[in-house]
Design a protein around this ligand. Structure first.
Ligand SMILES: Cc1cc2nc3c(=O)[nH]c(=O)nc-3n(C[C@H](O)[C@H](O)[C@H](O)COP(=O)(O)OP(=O)(O)OC[C@H]3O[C@@H](n4cnc5c(N)ncnc54)[C@H](O)[C@@H]3O)c2cc1C
Length: 434
């Protein structure tokens, strides 16, 4: 095993006997799977609370791409507490707002970025997913060990720790393991059961990729919806409007494509978008020359528990609310703060820490999942058997949106350690050659 700074102190120096519950650790070693949003955000807080953190990411490097993601309400507060407000705002999209258009490009409706105090349809913190991931990674890379191009192959836990075998062959022992490995979490499947048990497909598919901005976009996002087929296409300027990020959306009851087989996903997208009007054919013409591509089913993860012993889940792996909620990133950021805070406040006792994290987050998560389901239903293809949509002008909806944006208390965790001191040198390992 490659020597890694700070992970060779003896177990005796790190453990404090606590009788019946086995041992508690003063400086736990925590392994986090996934380096997108939830993983690096958790790494930030665990490091600050005094843990030794390793993040393992399956991809050979930080994954670029994805549409803009939003931080609203309480998630903005977490970004502020991370000290990343300026860095995140500097990387924001600078979107003025959104126009919905008809097939000829005529504007039908307009939403401005400053509507609803910046917490509306376009949030005032709106950042490309890849850019936010980069900000979080840059912030943590000096104090956290990152391993790219590897993943957990086997895992066995006992009362005092978790033995992990990596696919690349390394064997290591950790005090806690957290899966932040997304909607199709392998860690969840390993510890909690098969995907089908937890995934709720909302009957739609989404795809994102960047194209040259040959459409004259400036600071406005354009969306075209074909009401009859339930399909839509969207374009937004990125990279100083030199390029544009495209999104396609369609109803799809079945989803039989491997989520890692990009060629098959592109074929599926071409098939499903055939005949869509507006600028769709011009956007599809760039499918083979795009440097980034992401397609997935619109799905949620619904679980009774987000932990089992010393293994916990965070972000989409635990509670995906789907892109239709617009809050997947907010949930990941808030969840990371609460999880690290509760574990540290419980002196790293997994039973107590994970239980308090779940108790705090549950209703917040459920409100966002409800919004995601309702939003997906508004895009269902209308049919004779379709359930009527609820009245969104009612007070119940205002209350639900309020709970989805701000419905979680953020304790100060004043008693828990908070050491934001920068570490010495980067300890990022390069992708393995296999
Ligand atoms: C490339 C990409 C593009 C996205 N685009 C959008 C978008 O446009 N709009 C939107 O709403 N949401 C998008 N998402 C999802 C969005 O990032 C999440 O909903 C939200 O931010 C919560 O993030 P997360 O970190 O929990 O999960 P994710 O962002 O899904 O990240 C999971 C990470 O875990 C890694 N991983 C997977 N399996 C393993 C494994 N076995 N071991 C180690 N690492 C593993 C993945 O490579 C990824 O980096 C995208 C995700 C990715 C990865």
């Amino acid at each position: 095993m490659e020597a890694v700074m700070g992970v060779n102190d003896s177990a005796q120096e790190r453990t404090i006997p606590t009788g019946e519950q086995g041992t508690r650790v003063s400086r736990p070693r925590v392994l986090v799977a996934g380096a997108s949003i939830a993983g690096p955000a958790l790494a930030h807080w665990l490091h600050r609370r005094g843990a030794e953190v390793t993040v393992v990411e399956r991809a050979p490097e930080l994954r670029p791409g994805g549409q803009a993601v939003d931080a609203r309400g309480i998630a903005k507060e977490v970004i502020g507490r991370m000290g990343l407000d300026a860095a995140v705002r500097a990387a924001c999209t600078d979107t003025a707002g959104a126009h919905t258009v008809d097939a000829d490009g005529k504007v039908l409706e307009t939403f401005r970025a400053d509507d609803d105090g910046g917490d509306g349809f376009i949030a005032d913190i709106e950042i490309l997913r890849g850019d936010l991931s980069q900000v979080l990674y840059d912030d943590t890379r000096d104090g956290v060990e990152y391993i790219f191009g590897d993943r957990i192959a086997e895992l066995a836990q006992d009362g005092d720790g978790v033995d992990v075998v990596f696919a690349g062959g390394d064997r290591r022992r950790f005090d806690l393991v957290v899966g932040a490995d997304g909607l199709h979490s392998e860690l969840r499947a390993m510890v909690f059961g098969p995907h089908e048990r937890f995934l709720r497909h909302l009957g739609h598919v989404l795809a994102f990729y960047s194209v040259p901005n040959e459409f004259g976009l400036d600071r406005w996002l354009l969306e075209y919806q074909d009401q009859e087929s339930g399909r839509s296409a969207l374009l937004r300027p990125i990279q100083d409007a030199t390029r544009a990020m495209a999104m396609f959306y369609c109803a799809s009851a079945d989803f039989a494509v491997d989520y890692r087989d990009v060629a098959a996903q592109k074929r599926l997208l071409r098939e499903r978008m055939a005949g869509l009007g507006w600028l769709a054919p011009d956007i599809l013409a760039h499918l083979d020359d795009t440097p980034d591509f992401y397609l997935d089913q619109v799905a949620q993860v619904v679980m009774d528990r987000w932990s089992s012993g010393r293994v916990g889940l965070l972000g989409d792996a635990a509670f995906s609310s789907s892109p239709m909620s617009g809050q997947g990133t907010g949930l990941a950021l808030v969840g990371a703060y609460v999880l690290a805070g509760e574990l540290a406040a419980a002196e790293w006792d997994p039973g107590t820490g994970f239980a308090r994290y779940e108790a705090r987050m549950r209703s917040f998560v459920e409100a966002n999942q409800e919004i995601g389901r309702l939003n997906a239903r508004t895009r269902d293809v209308p049919g004779p058997d379709a359930e009527p949509l609820p009245d969104f002008t009612g007070e119940w909806f205002t209350e639900l949106v309020g709970r989805a944006i701000n419905g979680v208390e953020l304790p100060d965790y004043a008693g828990a350690p908070d050491c934001a001191a920068p570490a010495a040198s980067p300890i990022t390992r390069q992708p393995r050659r296999r």
